[in-house]
Write a protein that binds this ligand. Structure first.
Ligand SMILES: Cc1cc2nc3c(=O)[nH]c(=O)nc-3n(C[C@H](O)[C@H](O)[C@H](O)COP(=O)(O)OP(=O)(O)OC[C@H]3O[C@@H](n4cnc5c(N)ncnc54)[C@H](O)[C@@H]3O)c2cc1C
Ligand SMILES: NC(=O)c1ccc[n+]([C@@H]2O[C@H](COP(=O)([O-])OP(=O)(O)OC[C@H]3O[C@@H](n4cnc5c(N)ncnc54)[C@H](OP(=O)(O)O)[C@@H]3O)[C@@H](O)[C@H]2O)c1
Length: 457
């Protein structure tokens, strides 16, 4: 029987679902899959993006782990595609590759002052509080007043983690350095800015409602933002999600002492709509001192136009949460404008000619762009896998498809890779670190330590 030796690069949900779907699919060939990730732990943004105070979503890891634990997928963690292993290597040893490398960087926000000291990307902050090994351990939470730009779920995650008291995050899996950083936070006011109105936000009702439940944090909304135009009214009336969001916001407007003013709490979370960022002003030392924004108004089609009215809010830190962006992979076509691998339904295309690149596939955020939930990566994977199965005639013909070839190659390059048993060891180690403190786990952040624990060294 023909055999498909498949490499998948990226052990986030997209890569793991792709492996699972292929192994369960009806097909006329045997399959063996090697899953590579540059991190020593699998699960991508489920481990390093989903907020630590969302344990139910983190629980998706259990389903992903079940796929890996079936035992028919080999894992090579701590292996970076482009450095430890290349596309030419993969062609020597596999019939095809699926890239599922997601996105970890922040999209740019092109306004003056955005590079000032105290101005950060939300993705970097998320990586810090989720204990990603490749980000600095220290985060200076020394600002009283902070701006978060964007009206997506990442903006709400960041605003919530900033506003929440550290003690209320303790039950979660946050690493010790993050706990210490959050405990030292000086924050009193978190201002979230959306360039459109309440009926055009990208965040979801559950995540919005959660803000109103934070202990000792008052929600502040502004009456002037709720003067809806026809398009906004129609959106509220016709879209259940928008309707619920509007209902939650309206309920906050009714809270005594909260609307426009703030109540008794020691921290406030302000939601500003119709506010397009224009400039980050700095003080004499070059640090963030204020955000200048322009009031916008609806253009009747769901978009906005500037009103010319500029306003300024004093802040000492700013987080841009205006979307993530994929990174190019050596030797693999890349669409610089959209931050994705150019593809047709997961079949990778040459950048200029739009012709197929045989044997090369993509799935998840690097295929589709950085939008959508974990569940969406499943339908993505189905589409990509169905092409892979039907494309048998154009698979690579590897010179050495033996299963020993890859461990030998990595060993010859001095790569300290980790495997599934290693992940189990790290997993148990983290759970044991949490147990005396009645916490689900405490994450290990240092990459060398992760590798040492995984390899039992
Ligand atoms: C802050 C944040 C919070 C989120 N919260 C939720 C939520 O609560 N609920 C929900 O449903 N969705 C949530 N999402 C969306 C969800 O995380 C994504 O839909 C999903 O993770 C995308 O999966 P992916 O596998 O394509 O990418 P990723 O999860 O990013 O996985 C990509 C993997 O590829 C690896 N990789 C990258 N480059 C290389 C390389 N060169 N060599 C080897 N390996 C590499 C990475 O280490 C990573 O493990 C959130 C997203 C973010 C950003
Ligand atoms: N709890 C959860 O379920 C959860 C948590 C986190 C993330 N996620 C998912 O992960 C995906 C990514 O989330 P995300 O928040 O990064 O992206 P997103 O949903 O696309 O939101 C990006 C936000 O940035 C704004 N924006 C973009 N460019 C801007 C600019 N130049 N100036 C001002 N604002 C700008 C957008 O406004 P416009 O709409 O006006 O363009 C939008 O409000 C989403 O699908 C999200 O649902 C889910």
């Amino acid at each position: 029987m023909t055999k498909l030796r498949l490499a998948i690069v990226g052990a986030g949900p997209a890569g793991i679902y792709a492996a699972d779907i292929l192994l369960k699919a009806e097909r006329k060939f045997d399959v063996s899959i090697d899953l590579f990730d540059h991190l020593p732990a699998p699960y991508g943004l489920v481990r390093y993006g989903v907020a630590p105070d969302h344990p139910r979503i983190k629980g998706i890891i259990t389903a992903l782990r079940d796929v890996l634990d079936r035992g028919d997928i080999r894992i090579f963690g701590n292996v970076r595609f482009g450095e430890d292993i290349t596309l030419d290597d993969l062609k020597q040893h596999y019939n095809a590759v699926i890239f599922a490398t997601g996105a970890i960087k922040d999209a740019d926000l092109d306004i003056p002052g955005i590079d000032a000291a105290g101005s950060f990307g939300a993705a970097d902050f998320v990586s810090w509080y989720d204990g990603h090994p490749d980000f600095p351990r220290e985060w200076p939470l020394d600002a009283a007043s902070v701006a978060v730009i964007g009206n997506g779920n990442v903006a709400l995650d960041v605003a919530r983690v900033l506003a929440k008291h550290a003690a209320d995050l303790l039950v979660t899996e946050i690493p010790a350095n993050v706990q210490a950083g959050l405990e030292a936070s000086q924050v009193t006011d978190v201002h979230v800015f959306g360039r459109r109105g309440p009926a055009q936000v990208k965040f979801t009702p559950l995540e919005l409602r959660e803000l109103g439940e934070l202990r000792d944090v008052d929600m502040v909304v502004y009456d002037e933002d709720f003067d809806y135009d026809e398009a906004s009214r129609a959106a509220v009336a016709s879209n259940k999600q928008v309707m619920v969001i509007d209902r939650v916001l309206q309920s906050w407007r009714q809270r005594p002492g909260v609307n426009n003013a703030g109540g008794e709490a020691s921290r406030r979370l302000h939601l500003h709509f119709w506010a397009k960022p224009v400039e980050v002003k700095t003080d004499e030392t070059g640090r963030v001192a204020a955000l200048v924004y322009e009031r916008t108004r609806p253009d009747a089609e769901g978009g906005v136009v500037g009103t010319g009215e500029l306003r300024e809010v004093p802040i000492q830190q700013l987080y841009r949460a205006v979307g993530y962006f994929g990174s190019p992979l050596p030797g693999v076509p890349f669409d610089k404008k959209h931050g994705v691998i150019p593809n047709h339904e997961g079949q990778v295309l040459h950048k200029d000619s739009n012709e197929r690149v045989p044997g090369v596939y993509a799935t998840g955020w690097i295929k589709r762009g950085p939008v959508g939930l974990i569940g969406h990566t499943k339908s993505d994977a189905m589409e990509t896998i169905s092409h892979l199965i039907n494309d048998q005639a154009s698979w690579w013909q590897p010179a050495d498809p033996s299963v020993e070839a890859i461990p030998a190659l990595l060993a010859s390059r001095g790569v300290a890779w980790t495997d599934l048993d290693g992940w189990h060891r790290l997993d148990e180690h983290e759970v044991a670190l949490g147990a005396p403190h009645e916490r689900a786990r405490i994450k290990v952040v240092d990459r060398d330590e992760m590798v040492r624990v995984s390899r039992g060294e």
